[in-house]
Design a protein around this ligand. Structure first.
Ligand SMILES: [Zn+2]
Length: 342
């Protein structure tokens, strides 16, 4: 039996929608020229699509440069994003190839590589995260599925890096070698199984973030504090998700690498996205007052790090943590003054 009352209810509801729509249409008609004018101004000044296009072109240009400089045949960025939620409540992550540039005559794979469940490439992603996806000969990859997937794209060599922000992995950026390596490229990569990782990393940082500051810190702990104790303090006491500095120098001058430069660390609030941070262990006297406790070896290592970083980021300003206008003594000496001529 047909439920007329129900139908009537539905019609009534629909009618209200139509009335509402008509009313809106009326308003829009009256003000349409005004609305158009506002939209035009907005579009010109602050359009999300246009803005993101500019950004996209910058990224594409950077990828193209990366491809040329690494003498690769493809360069690309995969970004991770939400998939669906399973009935069990667990979440499915996916990734898509959002940017890709290819050399002449090389197939584009990006359109095929959309909305891929990370589970299908779990091994590949894992190796990327471990900084192990630098393979000159695909046949060296033991995981058969990963190898088959790459071979299906004609890849014979590959280099991919993870991109982190605030301790979260957001994207993967990589290059593929499809054609046999040229003599020039082989020389460049000196026939080892890893491509020239430093060049690649530099390019990656250029794409991913701009370094404006090289910041000098002290740990404000006793000079004999261990790296592990400092790491534990950040993680367990301060509940930080990322480390405080990129490099940590102990009393013997040994440089500990805590993060890659493309990663953002927790050195100076408000400036971390454009900074890299170096710290020496120490910086206080036995009573806990600020004191320059740098050993000669620490000074030597710090100088070395700054010089290297300046070569990589020539426009970056070298200064101490306290030079950011904060109420801190860190790094317990005048870093800006000491390193002004580097
Ligand atoms: Zn500091």
């Amino acid at each position: 039996m047909i439920n007329y009352i129900k139908i009537l209810e539905l019609l009534n509801k629909t009618k209200w929608w139509i009335v509402l729509l008509l009313f809106l249409g009326f308003v829009i008609n009256i003000f349409s020229s005004e609305i158009k004018r506002i939209l035009d101004i907005k579009l010109l000044n602050n359009d999300i699509v246009v803005n993101s296009l500019d950004n996209d072109i910058l990224i594409e240009n950077a990828l193209y440069e990366l491809m040329k400089e690494t003498k690769a045949d493809r360069a690309y960025i995969f970004r991770f994003h939400n998939g669906v939620t399973y009935y069990t409540g667990s979440h499915k992550s996916k990734m898509s190839c959002d940017y890709e540039v290819v050399e002449k005559g090389i197939s584009s794979e990006a359109q095929r590589l959309q909305d891929i469940p990370t589970g299908l490439f779990a091994n590949w992603i894992k190796r990327v995260i471990q900084y192990k996806m630098f393979v000159i000969n695909i046949k060296d990859i033991e995981d058969l599925r990963t190898r088959a997937n790459l071979e299906a794209q004609g890849i014979i060599g590959i280099a991919v890096l993870p991109y982190y922000r605030n301790g979260k992995i957001l994207a993967l950026i990589g290059v593929d070698f499809v054609r046999p390596l040229s003599k020039e490229a082989k020389e460049k990569y000196n026939n080892e199984s890893f491509i020239e990782i430093n060049l690649f990393k530099k390019k990656l940082i250029k794409i991913m973030r701009e370094i404006k500051y090289i910041v000098i810190h002290c740990t404000a702990s006793q000079p004999n504090a261990t790296k592990q104790a400092i790491l534990n303090y950040w993680k367990d006491v301060l509940k930080w998700k990322s480390v405080g500095y990129h490099r940590l120098i102990d009393a013997n001058g040994i440089i500990h690498e805590l993060a890659n430069y493309e990663q953002i660390t927790n050195g100076v609030k408000g400036f971390n996205s454009t900074s890299i941070h170096f710290s020496y262990i120490g910086g206080i006297d036995a009573k806990g007052n600020p004191k320059d406790t740098r050993t000669p070896k620490q000074k030597e290592s710090l100088l070395y790090l700054i010089k290297q970083a300046k070569k990589q980021f020539p426009n970056a300003i070298v200064q101490g943590h306290k030079d950011f206008g904060v109420k801190k003594a860190c790094p317990s000496f005048e870093a800006k003054q000491e390193y002004k001529n580097i």
